[in-house]
Design a protein around this ligand. Structure first.
Ligand code: NAP
Ligand code: ZN
Ligand code: ZN
Length: 362
């Protein structure tokens, strides 16, 4: 099936219009007309090859919301017209322990990511998957999520990655009432971390490098704000947190944050895949603190998170943009100038293409 979107042609190039193929509908597939796609910082890391391993042309996007336009013969969960989402995963081995447990993100045989993954299903001339900055996508129904109809579809799109990436560790480490929880970094992930931790009943502290974001953090549900550059405030808050969710997108020194944890507290890293530094084992040994990591969420938990959002009327705070503004939005995200997630309105895709000319895949 012919599809159309925006792609990076190299690490240095801007995203430009791009025509490509999606596979034809198989019996177990759902075809989705994409309405909105969020811009995750991972899209930018990947488009710019900051993590290595990006295959070009590269179509980003794993916060996808749209309407079902066709279903294969054996599809039972969805029908034409349903409001659905696709997150970071489009396939996994389905038979390892993690897949069996509904933790497909930890598939022991390697999951298929929505973009830049080897396409094990095939059916096109491309070797790697193409993401959601596009008009259509075809996904096995097992990897399609249901979006509560009463949620704003644009503001729901970032739930598919930013939402589940923060919901999953908060649930796994049993964050709730009576706990003091710090969310580090007020960006796309962080602002959802604040909303979820608040909804789960915790006392939430926004830990930010940006004093100007303090007011917003409180509107999002933070009870307090801690400025991480303020050494005195950090010292005063030492050993007071039960749990920290760290969304900083770059390598950093973890000591100032670990020292905020109480005895037996845990800091979960979701942002930095780069080098983390710490002086010694002391921040871990004293007070028996832990540092852990967490990757997105599996399909059952992503649906659970979407249903939780439906129940509590939680969506993301977004700035909707036209496709032609995607490159500027990348720069603004890197500069921390976004409140708090850019979402591309896919209805503007055609206009953007008309304005910029189209690159075709070979
Ligand atoms: P984002 O919107 O750019 O937000 C990151 C926030 O971190 C910034 O707004 C800023 O908040 C803070 N920050 C930035 N640079 C910093 C620095 N040098 N030191 C301290 N704080 C800094 O990014 P995002 O989309 O939320 O993604 C965050 C990270 O998570 C990215 O690396 C992304 O690739 C990754 N990610 C991981 C998963 C997973 O499954 N583990 C899933 C999705 C994304 P303040 O101004 O408040 O300090
Ligand atoms: Zn993401
Ligand atoms: Zn598996």
């Amino acid at each position: 099936m012919k599809a159309f979107g925006f792609a990076a042609q190299s690490a240095e190039s801007q995203l430009v219009p791009f025509s490509f193929e999606r596979r034809e509908l198989r019996p177990e597939d759902v075809s989705i007309d994409i309405q909105f796609c969020g811009i995750c910082h991972s899209d930018i890391h990947s488009a710019r090859n900051e993590w290595g391993g990006t295959h070009y042309p590269f179509v980003p996007g794993h916060e996808i919301v749209g309407r079902v336009s066709a279903v294969g013969d054996t599809v039972t969960k969805y029908k034409v017209g349903d409001l659905v989402g696709v997150g970071c995963l489009v396939d996994s081995c389905r038979h390892c322990t993690s897949c069996y447990d509904g933790l497909e993100q930890y598939c022991e045989n390697g999951f298929t990511a929505t973009y830049n993954s080897e396409d094990t299903i095939g059916g096109t001339a491309h070797d790697f998957t193409f993401g959601g900055y596009a008009n259509k996508i075809i996904v096995d129904e097992r990897f399609v999520l249901r979006i509560p109809e009463h949620l704003d579809p644009a503001a729901a799109a970032p739930l598919l990655c930013a939402g589940v990436t923060t919901y999953s560790p908060l649930k796994h480490w049993k964050v709730g009432a009576g706990q003091k929880v710090g969310i580090i970094g007020l960006g796309g992930l962080g602002h959802m971390g604040v909303k979820f931790a608040h909804a789960m009943g915790a006392h939430v502290v926004m830990i930010t490098t940006s004093p100007a974001k303090g007011h917003d953090a409180k509107k999002l549900g933070a009870h307090d704000v801690l400025i991480s550059k303020d050494a005195d405030a950090m010292a005063q808050a030492a050993s007071s947190f039960d749990f920290l969710l760290n969304t900083i997108p770059v390598g950093h020194d973890t000591d100032p944050y670990m020292n905020l944890l109480k005895r037996d507290g845990t800091m979960v890293i979701v942002g930095a895949v780069e080098t983390l530094t710490h002086t010694s084992g002391v921040p871990f040994i004293f007070r028996r603190r832990s540092m852990a990591g967490s990757l997105i969420g599996g399909l059952p938990e992503t649906q659970e998170m979407l249903d939780f959002c439906g129940e509590h009327n939680i969506v993301c705070d977004i700035e909707t943009i036209a496709m032609k503004d995607v490159n500027a939005a990348y720069d603004r995200t890197v500069a921390g100038d976004v409140k708090y997630r850019f979402v591309i309105d896919m209805a503007t895709l055609g206009d953007a293409a008309a304005g910029l000319g189209t690159e075709h895949s070979s």
